[in-house]
Every structure is written in C-alpha cells, then in structure tokens.
Design a protein around this ligand. Structure first.
Ligand code: NAD
Length: 256
C-alpha cells in the first residue's frame, strides 16, 4: 500500500482526489497539505507545509496546487527522494526547470491531463492530423481557471504539430488578414495550430479538436463532467512511479 500526500488538498482537485484516492485499496492517505484548512480530510491529517511531514512516511506526493506550490513540492521531493505526481498547470520555463532538476533525484510524473478520455482524444488527434488540411482547438473550462490556454490544449497542439511535421506537412498559415478585433483567431500555440479558450461557470474541463479538409470535417470532443474523471489517471501515475530518478511527461505510456 502506498502512502500519499496531496498538496493543494483544500482545493477543488485536492478534495476530489482525497475522496477518490482515499477510497482505493492501493493507497493510504497520509496528509492533505494546503495554505488553507481543507473542508474534508478523508481520514488524513492536515499540514500547512510538506516540511511538517516525516519524508520517511511518504511514498508519493501529489501536487494540484499552484506553480509556486510545485516548486516547493519538487524541491522537497528531490531533497528527500520522495516520488512526485504533478497535475498543476501553468508552469513557467524556470519552474519547469526546477521540476526537471528534481527528476534527477527522484521519480516525477507530470501531466497536463490525467483523465483517460483526454489522453485518448489527444492520441486520436495525432492519428488524424496528417489527413486533414486544417485544425483548430477549442478548450472550455470553469470560470475560476487562472491560466489560458489549458495545459491539455497546449499538449494537444504540440501532438498535432509534430504529427503534421512528421508527415511532411507545412505549418498552418492563418487565412485571416484583417482581424477586426485582436485575439479573434485565438493563440497560435505551435506551427499555426490555434487554441481558443472559453471560460464559463458550470463547466469543468472540455475540449474539441476540429479538423477540416475539402468537403469533410472531423470533431474529436472530450468532456470531464466531474473532477472524479482525473482520479483514475492520477492513481495509475502514483502506482507507476517510485523514487528512481526519471521524468515521465504525460500518462500516455501508462495507457497502452
Ligand atoms: P484550486 O484553486 O481550487 O486549488 C488549489 C489549492 O492549492 C488551493 O486550496 C490553494 O490554497 C492551494 N495552494 C496554492 N499554492 C499553494 C502552495 N504554495 N502550498 C500549498 N497549497 C497551495 O485549483 P484546482 O481547480 O484544484 O486546480 C489546481 C491545479 O490543478 C491547477 O493548476 C489546475 O489547472 C490543475 N488541474 C490539472 C488537471 C490535470 O489533469 N492535470 C486537472 C484539473 C486541474
């Protein structure tokens, strides 16, 4: 049985993971770490910092907090040789470098999306990309998400761009030469693959990948209706990772 700590345990994801992972036989939930006291503890204890915990008792730290929180978690896990699973998105290059450094001292899994359906939809998008002339991504999230575009859409854009490149397709050019308003065509994330971000109350995490060619279209849509959709993927990552130094980027390899 692996002993888990959730950093960001009072947050929306932290609470969903506490409920979901705490119910699985493979794990025991040791502590929820957060700047704020969590509403529910799911049988774990509360700590305001990882420094309040005995690293010997922790197998895996799961971080769904903030980019600053990830830096602290990565430093603590690297220093003590504790495995780390990161779901937090919106990291700067410098913050990512701290994670990469920690992964030279312990095992780290970092994924922009832990839902199985989202991982599969990205895989399907990579399969479709060489066969269509154009593609655009629309990502839709709840209105308290602070980063945009979503980490998932950035990863999907890269998968599509790499698949196009491998097939000898040129980067996409934008047909719009006269935008009436700045930003109307979304963000050019990589090689002309554009992402449009929608933020609305009531949404959780949704993404549409729209492909178009002469006379046909293909839409790949994924919906996370509930934050429990991320539990399965986080559990796979927590089971797969240990303190052997490595950086696993995404959970695709855990879903054969
Ligand atoms: P949230 O704001 O509800 O929760 C974040 C929690 O982290 C808060 O309780 C906050 O107090 C705590 N926190 C922030 N900085 C901290 C620090 N330095 N130390 C300790 N605690 C700290 O946000 P959320 O909706 O739960 O999302 C959290 C993160 O997870 C976001 O980056 C989001 O994009 C990401 N996310 C990833 C996935 C995925 O599959 N990878 C899925 C959903 C959300």
């Amino acid at each position: 049985m692996k002993s888990l700590v959730i950093v960001g345990g009072a947050g929306r994801m932290g609470q969903a993971l506490g409920e979901g992972l705490g119910a699985l036989d493979q794990f025991s939930l040791l502590a929820l770490v957060d700047e704020h006291e969590p509403r529910e503890l799911f049988g774990a204890s509360y700590a305001s910092s990882l420094d309040d915990l005995d690293p010997q008792k922790v197998d895996v730290v799961i971080d769904f907090s903030s980019p600053e929180g990830v830096v602290s978690s990565a430093n603590w896990c690297g220093e003590h040789g504790v495995a780390l699973v990161i779901g937090t998105t919106g990291l700067s290059k410098e913050q990512r470098r701290v994670v990469e450094e920690a992964a030279t001292r312990t095992g780290v899994v970092m994924a922009a999306n832990f839902s199985i359906g989202a991982v599969l939809s990205e895989r399907f998008a990579g399969m479709a990309a060489p066969y269509f002339e154009r593609v655009e991504i629309v990502e839709l999230h709840h209105d308290r998400k602070v980063d945009a575009p979503s980490g998932t859409s950035i990863a999907t854009a890269w998968t599509i761009a790499n698949a196009r490149k491998s097939s000898g397709l040129a980067p996409l050019s934008d047909p719009t030469t006269r935008p009436t308003f700045e930003g109307a065509r979304g963000a050019d994330v990589v090689d002309g693959v554009r992402v449009h971000s929608v933020r609305l109350p009531g949404l959780v995490a949704h993404q549409e990948i729209l492909f178009g060619s002469a006379g046909e279209g293909l839409t790949i849509r994924h919906d996370s209706f509930d934050r429990q959709s991320f539990v399965h993927g986080v559990a796979l990552a927590a089971l797969a990772i240990d303190a052997t130094p490595q950086l696993l980027d995404g959970i695709a390899s855990l879903i054969p």
